[in-house]
Design a binder for this molecule. Structure first.
Ligand code: PEP
Ligand code: MG
Length: 491
């Protein structure tokens, strides 16, 4: 029965998070002051496109087509590719779709290309660099894309571009295939946009020239950072180098976006850093048109974006550019997120008819609520920290009230959860009475010691007052309860 209850609570936790994210996913991505930044999805299959749009994607920012070419005896033909691109465009239903031509070769070797292994696959013969040798392979993909462009807004993107010649060559092939379509009276979009990934540092210094040839750019921060820092993105020993908060890397990003802007080009970012909430204020401040991420990150990013003010983000970015080290940038970030965090008290963190059979369940309920509302990504670590406190002294202060709390690096935002139980919960309280009200408080590790103690002692003091306890027990409206608590503990 205990196990059954546990798994049912786990279900509620995961479903609760999904519901909150879906709610945000349904809204357009914009900052608090109404500045729009498209949140799009990275995909590698058609099925992922459906999932991405269900999660609230505003477009496909990167369709990595290499998956279609891997693990098979020969390349997919035009019809097979056309079918897939068509289906993704259909799923997009008018929203923009960026399809990247195959990024194969190097570490993603295809048996049917017979490419010899390389010493340095990441610096080697791959992506746009191999297209001229395998021209018919590239032409087939281009033909499938050109034909698919007739079905909806399609943009084609070239990977690993480092020189103007590569763009010109690819554009010539695309133009030839379009001309063939005309000759064969096949429908296609004459205005199909062509763009490039910005993931090789040399591209950052050729954007004026590139801009004369292409319609848009997307920063591939995974590779851009790896090549810029000369640090393998998969080698954990050099992880400190592979850090997007390096001031030099931020300055590179700034130069890229400024150049794109000066040339009036649309610019997005489709590397992993885009999916991390921590970097969102920075990327918003950078001035991107779009951020493309994996589907599960979309709802959370939209939620986070809706709390940010563009001018604050711009200021953060400008300050970050002046930092000397990544640690300094990190400290700036911690300060920013502390200042722009969710409020300590919020109605969605108040449950007036909570249910728990044990103290363990009660604490889990509270922490799960933090998870559901994005205040922690690691609920187990937060629970652990709370139980460590409980081991030192009971936070069951008596009179049916308990104030479990902790300070933990797993906490994103200082938070108070209020749980009022219909059925009192056994607790090893000082007066040995069960608990009817749990006020659970969690504080971020990076915050000073004083804040934590101030609120806890204010709460502990209030709990000794009968008036305070009565008010909390009687109030059934979460908004009112928040307002009351806010007044009483002065925060
Ligand atoms: C990138 O390099 O950032 C990128 C998005 O491309 P991939 O991860 O497919 O190399
Ligand atoms: Mg890349």
């Amino acid at each position: 029965d205990t196990a059954h209850r546990y798994y049912s609570m786990e279900r509620q936790r995961l479903d609760g998070r999904q519901a909150v994210l879906r709610n945000f996913g349904d809204q357009p991505a914009a900052t608090l002051d109404g500045h729009k930044i498209e949140i799009a999805a990275n995909i590698a299959t058609v099925e992922e496109a459906d999932r991405a749009f269900a999660a609230g994607a505003e477009g496909i920012g990167l369709f990595r087509t290499e998956m279609l070419f891997l693990d098979r005896a020969s390349a997919p033909d035009e019809a097979e590719q056309h079918e897939i691109y068509h289906r993704v465009i259909e799923a997009a239903d008018g929203r923009p779709v960026i399809i990247r031509t195959m990024d194969v070769g190097g570490d993603k070797s295809l048996s049917y290309l017979n490419l010899p292994p390389e010493q340095n696959p990441f610096l080697g013969y791959r992506a746009v660099r191999i297209y001229p040798q395998f021209e018919s392979l590239f032409r087939t993909q281009v033909r499938a894309l050109v034909r698919a462009s007739g079905h909806g807004p399609l943009r084609v993107m070239l990977p690993m571009v480092s020189r103007l010649e590569e763009i010109r060559w690819a554009k010539k092939i695309i133009a030839e295939e379009q001309a063939l379509c005309v000759a064969e009276s096949k429908s296609f979009d004459k205005k199909m946009q062509i763009g490039t990934m910005l993931e090789v540092p040399s591209a950052a210094f050729a954007l004026d020239e590139f801009s004369r040839e292409v319609d848009f750019f997307s920063i591939g921060s995974n590779d851009l950072l790896q090549y810029f820092m000369a640090a393998d993105r998969a080698d954990s020993r050099i992880a400190p180098l592979y850090n997007p908060l390096q001031p030099a890397f931020l300055r590179l990003l700034k130069q890229i976006v400024d150049k794109a802007r000066a040339n009036k080009k649309w610019i997005g970012l489709c590397g992993e850093m885009g999916g991390q909430k921590r970097y969102l204020p920075l990327l918003a401040g950078l001035g991107l048109n779009e951020i493309s991420v994996s589907a599960p990150a979309i709802g959370g990013l939209k939620a986070e974006l809706s709390r940010l003010d563009l001018a604050d983000c711009q200021q953060l970015f400008t300050s970050a550019l002046k930092c000397a080290t990544a640690d300094e940038v990190g400290a700036l970030f911690d300060k920013f997120s502390a200042q722009h965090s969710l409020p300590l008290l919020a109605p969605e963190m108040v449950v007036v008819n909570a249910d728990a059979a044990t103290k363990e369940e009660a604490i889990k309920r509270g922490v799960d609520l933090l998870y559901i509302h994005g205040r922690t990504e690691q609920p187990r670590a937060v629970e652990e920290a709370i139980w460590q406190r409980e081991a030192n002294y009971s936070t069951g202060f008596g009179h049916g009230f308990a104030i479990p709390h902790c300070k933990s690096s797993a906490v994103n935002a200082n938070s108070v959860v209020v749980l009022k139980f219909a059925r009192p919960v056994p607790w090893n309280s000082l007066d040995e009475k069960p608990v009817r009200v749990v006020i659970l408080m969690v504080i971020r590790e990076s915050d000073g010691a004083t804040e934590h103690m101030k609120i806890i002692s204010a709460l502990a003091r209030q709990v000794t007052h009968e008036n305070f306890r009565d008010s909390i027990e009687q109030e059934q409206n979460p908004e009112q309860l928040c307002a009351f608590l806010k007044k009483k503990i002065g925060c």
